[in-house]
Design a protein around this ligand. Structure first.
Ligand SMILES: Cc1cc2nc3c(=O)[nH]c(=O)nc-3n(C[C@H](O)[C@H](O)[C@H](O)COP(=O)(O)OP(=O)(O)OC[C@H]3O[C@@H](n4cnc5c(N)ncnc54)[C@H](O)[C@@H]3O)c2cc1C
Length: 445
C-alpha cells in the first residue's frame, strides 16, 4: 500500500524474486511524495525505471484504500477506484502510506495565498506552477531546503523563458537556531555525505543572495488593501516562547509557504489496530528489525514507522520485502539494516534539532482556527479541557467537532494532540474505523 520510496523499493525486490504484487496508490502515478512528477515527465529515479514496467507488478493507481479486514484466510483490502470498490485478499500486506505535512496554525493561515511548503512543492513539481511573485518560506526543518531549491530552479526557468518576469523569494524564516545542529553531532559523524548536502545548499543560497533568518517565526498573516498582498509579522523565538526583544519585523508578500515537518499518516495502521509507540512526540507504527508490525502477515515501512526521509524509506521497504521472501536473516538484509541504523541516528538527531515547540499555541494572543474543516478555534479546544472536562483528543473532538470534518483530523489531529498534552492527558492514540470518504451504498454492500 503506497507507491512512494518505501513501497517501490519493496515492490522492486519482490518482483525480482518472481512474486506477484498488487501496488495500490491513491495518486495517478508512482513516486509518492519524494518522486512526485508531472504526467509528461519521465520517472525521476533511474534505478526504478525497470520496476515500473515489471510484468509481476499490477499497479492500482487512483485507488484509495478505505478498509481492511483480517481473517484466517488473509487480509482483505477494500479500495475505491473510479467510484467502484475493489475487494482483494492477500497473504502479506506491506503498509507504506507515508506521512502528512504539519503546518502550525497562525492567525491568517486560512487566507488565500497561504499554503503548506509541500503544497508549494507539489504545484512546482506536479504542475510546473509558481503561485505568486513575492514568496516567503517559513517554518522549521530540513524539508524547507528542497522546497527552496525547487523554487529557485523554477524561478530561474521562468525568468529565462520570460525575461520580464520578476518572481522573488522575499524571506526565509527558520524557527530553530543553527547552533542546535550540535544536538546531531553523532548523526553528522556517521553520515558525512549530509554535511556535503548542507554545504551545497548554503553555497547555492549565497550565490542567489538569499539568507535564512533563523530563530524567527511568523506570528500573524493579514490581508492588506492591495490585491493579493499579505502582511506577515515575524517575531524572534527564544527557547519555546516568542519574544519582543529584539522587536519583530513586518513584510509584504503574496505567497506564504509554511511547514513544521511531517507526522506519520496512521489512517491504515489504525484500521488494522496495529500497535504504535511514541517517538520524539510522534505516534509511529511499532515494527521489529524486519519491519514486521504487531499483526501477523502485516509489515510496515517508510515514514509511518518514523520520519526519516526517502533513503531510510527505501531501506525499510527492502528489508520488509526480504523478510516477506523469508530472507530476513540473510547477509543482504543485514547490510541494509546497518545502513538503516546509520541513517536513523541522523534522522533522530534531526528531530531533536528541529523539535516543534509543544507550546506553539501560546505564540500569539489572537485566537486561531486549528481545525479548518469544522472551523474550531484554539480557545474552543483549550476550553473543552479547562471548562468542559475533556481529557483527550477524542473527548475534545466530541465537545468541539475538531477532527470531524472532511479530512477527518488528518491536518489538525497532531496540533490538537499538543494542546491535549498540556491541558489533558497523554492518551492521544489515533483511531479511525474507516480510512476515507465512502458512499452509504459502498458501505451497505
Ligand atoms: C507533502 C510532502 C512533500 C515532500 N517533499 C519532499 C521533497 O521535496 N524532498 C524530500 O527530500 N522529501 C520530501 N518529503 C519527504 C519524503 O517524501 C519522504 O521522506 C518519502 O517520500 C517517504 O517515503 P514513503 O514511501 O514512506 O511515503 P510517501 O512517499 O509519502 O508515499 C506514500 C504513498 O502512499 C499513498 N497512500 C497513502 N494513503 C493511501 C491510501 N489510503 N490508499 C492508497 N494509497 C495511499 C500516497 O498516495 C503516497 O503515494 C515530502 C513529504 C511530504 C508529506
Amino acid at each position: 500500500m503506497g507507491a512512494g520510496p518505501a513501497g517501490l523499493a519493496a515492490a522492486r525486490i519482490l518482483s525480482e524474486h518472481s512474486v506477484s504484487v498488487d501496488v495500490f496508490d491513491q495518486y495517478p502515478r508512482a513516486g509518492g511524495q519524494y518522486w512526485r512528477h508531472a504526467k509528461n515527465e519521465p520517472f525521476p529515479a533511474e534505478s526504478f525505471k525497470t520496476t515500473l514496467t515489471s510484468s509481476r507488478l499490477n499497479w492500482l493507481f487512483e485507488c484509495s484504500i478505505w478498509q481492511i479486514e483480517s481473517e484466517k484466510s488473509g487480509h482483505t483490502i477494500y479500495a475505491i477506484q473510479n467510484g467502484r470498490t475493489i475487494e482483494r485478499t492477500y497473504d502479506a500486506l506491506l503498509i507504506a502510506t507515508g506521512a502528512i505535512e504539519r503546518p502550525l496554525p497562525i492567525p491568517g493561515w486560512t487566507l488565500p495565498g497561504v499554503m503548506t511548503a509541500g503544497a508549494l512543492q507539489s504545484l512546482i513539481k506536479g504542475q510546473g506552477l509558481i503561485p505568486g511573485e513575492r514568496i516567503v518560506v517559513a517554518g522549521s526543518g530540513p524539508f524547507l531546503f528542497p522546497v527552496i531549491e525547487s523554487l529557485q530552479k523554477s524561478i530561474q526557468q521562468s525568468s529565462s523563458s520570460n525575461p520580464s518576469s520578476d518572481i522573488r523569494i522575499v524571506g526565509i524564516f527558520e524557527a530553530r537556531k543553527l547552533s542546535r545542529w550540535l544536538l546531531n553531532s553523532v548523526g553528522l559523524l556517521l553520515n558525512p555525505e549530509k554535511v556535503i548536502d548542507a554545504m551545497r545548499f548554503l553555497i547555492n543560497l549565497k550565490r542567489e543572495k538569499l539568507r535564512v533568518t533563523t530563530g524567527r517565526v511568523i506570528t500573524s498573516i493579514k490581508d492588506t488593501n492591495s490585491k493579493n498582498v499579505k502582511r506577515i509579522s515575524v517575531m524572534p523565538l527564544k527557547g519555546e516562547k516568542v519574544s519582543n526583544n529584539p522587536t519583530g519585523q513586518e513584510l509584504d508578500c503574496d505567497v506564504i509557504a509554511i511547514s513544521y515537518g511531517f507526522t506519520p499518516d496512521l489512517t491504515i495502521p489504525s484500521i488494522l489496530k496495529l500497535k504504535t509507540v511514541n517517538k520524539e512526540d510522534d505516534e509511529i507504527v511499532m515494527v521489529d528489525s524486519n519491519q514486521r508490525s504487531s499483526k501477523l502477515g502485516v509489515w510496515a515501512a517508510g515514514e509511518i514507522t518514523g520520519i526519516g526521509g526517502h533513503e531510510i524509506a527505501i531501506r525499510e521497504g527492502e528489508i520488509a520485502a526480504l523478510d516477506i521472501l523469508g530472507k530476513g536473516g540473510s547477509l543482504t538484509s543485514a547490510i541494509r539494516k546497518i545502513d538503516r541504523w546509520r541513517k536513523q541516528i541522523f534522522a533522530t538527531g534531526l528531530a531533536r534539532v528541529y523539535k516543534v515547540s509543544k507550546r506553539w499555541f501560546e505564540w500569539n494572543a489572537d485566537d486561531v482556527v486549528v481545525c479548518r474543516c469544522e472551523e474550531v478555534s484554539r480557545d474552543e479546544i483549550i476550553n473543552s479541557f479547562r471548562e468542559l472536562g475533556a481529557d483527550s483528543v477524542r473527548t475534545s473532538k466530541l465537545f468541539t467537532r475538531a477532527g470531524m470534518g472532511m479530512c477527518q483530523g488528518r491536518l489538525c489531529h497532531r496540533n490538537v494532540q499538543d494542546i491535549a498534552r498540556v491541558f489533558g492527558s497523554e492518551s492521544t492514540k489515533i483511531s479511525r474505523p474507516i480510512g476515507g470518504a465512502v458512499t452509504l451504498g459502498e458501505l451497505s454492500d
